[in-house]
Design a protein around this ligand. Structure first.
Ligand code: MTE
Ligand code: MO
Length: 459
């Protein structure tokens, strides 16, 4: 496998590995968009990524070993009605880093950005299978493979889903060729990928070239030996080895929510501040319905404040939420938890497992640095933009007016002008008198194309 021919990637992603390419955006940036733009959609690969031309790309449908249909990707697009679905794609390893903090786990050290809510367009798998004339009732599983390249752990990438999921129209399982109204890019599986609303990303096979109807699940490594929740006592690869076959392959991920950003609004008169908290929530099992409420707590779960749900689009989308809270101390911890339609609730503790998958504990996020997060001073007029391109890592944004930083020459902060001693010490520590705020933002936002492009500073 040679990684010399990979596509260009968005600078808004934090790279967790280059061979294969694995990268995620900050959750703070993600929640600024109802539908995730491609520049903020994570990339998760077990192999090289290549561009395959649509015209010569052939999809083969087989029943066990015998081929029943061969159709090119462009023919597929021309012949069948287009179906569209807004569905959240999530890697099972989302929040693995938090689980790994309980006890080390195996896998890419993902934070909470391996998730994205996109509009997918393509052919319903049930339409294709019906038109092929095969007797789908005779098979229990639909297996997908991408034989295009070798993978890290197998000679191809494969996954499978139960036939009843595939054949129910309302489950909207797609062979997608579009994402967000554009042709699917190579990074996200173009010309053809599987979209399985409600299932973990690992089943959304990219560059799919073969569909096999079978009585058994896909024999592929990623279906049989990975993406399974093993019990907590299995804490080494050696212990896991004889057990993989005894545990079910993952399908749906649990009800979840994440605090994506906390923006404090400070006042020079008070030692308290207001905070604006934003995040996303994800539905759990389809039988439990969708996310019905999200609540946040500032006192370790004693009291809960309801958040406002600002976006939810149908059964398969994520939920965005936000809440403003006044008179809170300058440092502290924000927790969030989600509830579903059937009264289910996100658990306080998440269960540890060796592969670090399906972590669903109440999420916490520290309020202001003051404890560990960098502080960035932002001109009020730039606040919206700063939030939009919230750096590809966590930072606390403080409005320069709220912080008492005045404009002296240009945007050079004058720490003398800062009345609040805490804020002044932060300003001294992070800015240094004489350094312009914008240079500071640029230095901090190393991964932000926006800040890189505009070098002139605020006007
Ligand atoms: N062919 C192929 N399909 C694949 C993978 C892969 O490595 N190869 N990774 C899977 C995993 S684990 C996830 S989470 C999603 C990621 O999709 P994305 O890269 O478009 O975000 O694709 C899935 N489909
Ligand atoms: Mo994944």
């Amino acid at each position: 496998m040679s990684y010399s021919d990979e596509p260009e990637r968005s600078e808004l992603l934090v790279v967790r590995g280059t061979e294969p390419f694995n990268a995620e955006p900050s959750a703070a940036a993600l929640v600024e968009f109802n539908q995730t733009p491609e520049s903020l959609l994570y990339c998760r690969n077990h192999s090289v990524v290549r561009q395959y031309p649509e015209e010569s790309y052939v999809l083969t449908v087989k029943c066990d070993d015998s081929t029943v249909l061969e159709i090119s990707a462009s023919e597929l697009r021309a012949k069948f009605a287009k179906a569209e679905v807004v569905a959240v794609l999530q890697c099972a390893g989302n929040r693995r880093r938090e689980m790994g903090a309980l006890k080390p786990v195996n896998g890419v050290s993902w934070a909470d950005g391996v998730v994205g809510n996109c509009k997918w367009g393509g052919v319903l798998l049930c339409d294709l299978l019906k038109s092929s004339g095969v007797s789908t009732n005779d098979y229990a599983q639909v297996c997908f493979s991408s034989n295009a390249t070798l993978c890290e752990d197998d000679t191809y990438y494969g996954a499978s889903i139960p036939m009843n999921k595939a054949m129910l129209r309302e489950e909207q399982v797609l062979l997608a060729y579009e994402m967000n109204d554009e042709m699917l890019s190579a990074d996200h599986g173009g010309p053809l990928r599987v979209v399985v609303p409600g299932y973990l990303g690992a089943r959304w096979v990219k560059w799919v070239d073969t569909i096999i109807l079978s009585s058994a699940e896909s024999p592929n490594y990623y279906q049989q030996r990975d993406y399974k929740v093993l019990p907590p006592e299995v804490d080494s690869k050696a212990k896991a080895l004889p057990l993989w076959s005894k545990y079910p392959s993952m399908t749906e991920l649990p009800l979840n929510s994440v605090v994506a950003s906390v923006t404090p609004i400070l006042s020079s008169e008070s030692s308290l501040c207001s905070i604006h908290v934003k995040g996303y929530a994800l539905p759990g099992r389809a039988s439990q319905g969708n996310v019905s409420a999200v609540e946040v707590s500032l006192d370790d779960g004693a009291q809960w404040i309801p958040a406002e749900i600002t976006y939810q689009e149908g059964r398969w989308s994520w939920t965005l939420w936000e809440v403003s809270i006044d008179d809170v101390p300058l440092s502290g911890t924000v927790y969030a938890r989600a509830k579903d339609d059937k009264g289910g609730m996100q658990p306080k503790e998440g269960k540890w497992n060796l592969r670090g998958v399906a972590f669903d504990a109440w999420v916490r996020r520290v309020l202001c640095e003051l404890n560990g997060l960098p502080i960035v001073f932002v001109a009020p007029r730039r606040m919206a933009i700063a939030r939009l391109f919230h750096y590809a890592f966590d930072a606390v944004l403080i409005s320069t007016v709220a912080a008492g930083v005045r404009r002296s020459s240009g945007f050079t902060p004058n720490s003398e002008a800062i009345s609040d001693p805490t804020i002044r010490s932060i300003a001294d520590r992070y800015l240094g008198v004489g350094e312009s705020i914008f240079d500071m933002i640029q230095a901090t936002a190393v991964n932000s194309t926006y800040f890189k492009r505009d070098t002139k500073g605020p006007r």
